[in-house]
Design a protein around this ligand. Structure first.
Ligand code: CUA
Length: 300
């Protein structure tokens, strides 16, 4: 039994190692025979071809042994596949929404996050979907991945064995921001997780602003630090002069509250020149919109 950072990692690793060992042993046998026969039957020793008679024992052996090996490979694969596909009843459910180009993880009581916080030692069930196109959630260290499909619910589950942070990648090409669509699993002690899960959301703009931007996926494309990504940075956005493209026509504007509101509610109405017109429409309450506008105003 191979252990790993999660229960699933050990299972996949076990089947993988078994298959690799079989392949390496077979490769070694075939290679040794090939080289030996090259030497044994070279032309100087055997100038004329000979009639070779079959060897029944050998033929039965090389049919039966590989068949048994393949049945074992199937058996390990099947048993582990069944285990990995069926989450236990007591698993902690996290709803996952993939969208261009960020991840949203939602817990009971409305707690939201853009990283997957989980307690160590407890089965976690991810119920996944997509808000727009195909995405795929991949946790390499845990050896698990599953597609996120719009209009469909898919699932994954795992139990983390070790504290730490593990990468999450999107492995379904989903547009210009695909390579930025990263997140992580943060494995905490059960006590730390409880503390995190029960911390109420803040109330001030500087508390709530970054949280909403993160939860709504804005930070997948816009930074707050001054670097342009898929979209322009939010730093210094308020009052900035930009050239925007409206219905194919270029137009100079100064970014103000009205522009930011209109742009979030109706993203394709205008696109800042030099950036692709890919911003999705993300549902947002008036309260959230107000907080974002006030927060962006503070990013000088
Ligand atoms: Cu989402 Cu690639």
């Amino acid at each position: 039994m191979v252990l790993g950072p999660s229960n699933t990692a050990g299972k996949v690793e076990g089947a993988f190692i078994f298959i690799v060992v079989c392949c390496v042993v077979l490769l070694a046998i075939v290679t040794v025979c090939m080289v030996a026969f090259l030497v044994k039957y070279k032309r100087e020793r055997h100038p004329y071809p000979e009639h070779v008679k079959e060897n029944v024992l050998l033929e039965v052996a090389w049919t039966v042994i590989p068949t048994i090996l393949v049945i074992f490979m199937f058996y390990f694969g099947w048993v582990d596949f069944k285990y990995i596909r069926n989450p236990p009843q007591d698993a902690l459910t996290v709803n996952v929404t993939a969208r261009q180009w960020s991840w949203l993880f939602e817990y009971d009581k409305g707690k939201q996050s853009d990283v997957l916080n989980v307690p160590m030692g407890r089965p976690i069930k991810l119920l996944m979907t997509s808000a727009d196109v195909l995405h795929c959630l991949f946790i390499p260290a845990y050896r698990i991945k599953e597609d996120c499909v719009p209009g469909l619910q898919t699932h994954l589950w795992f139990t983390a064995n070790e504290l730490g942070e593990y990468d999450i990648f999107c492995t379904e090409y989903c547009g210009v921001g695909h390579s930025h669509m990263r997140s992580k699993v943060v494995v905490m002690t059960p006590a730390d997780f409880e503390k995190w899960a029960s911390t109420p959301a803040g109330t001030t703009v500087s508390d709530m602003g970054p949280k909403i931007l993160q939860a709504k996926g804005c930070l997948g494309c816009h930074t707050t630090g001054g670097t342009a990504r898929v979209g322009p940075t939010l730093k210094g956005l308020f009052g900035r002069k930009e050239v925007v493209v409206v219905a194919g026509q270029e137009k100079s504007i100064t970014v103000d509250e009205a522009f930011i509101r209109e742009h979030i509610m109706n993203p394709r109405s205008a696109t800042v020149k030099g950036y692709p017109p890919v911003m999705p429409q993300i549902p947002m309450s008036d309260e959230e919109l107000k907080t974002i506008v006030s927060y962006v105003e503070t990013l000088k």
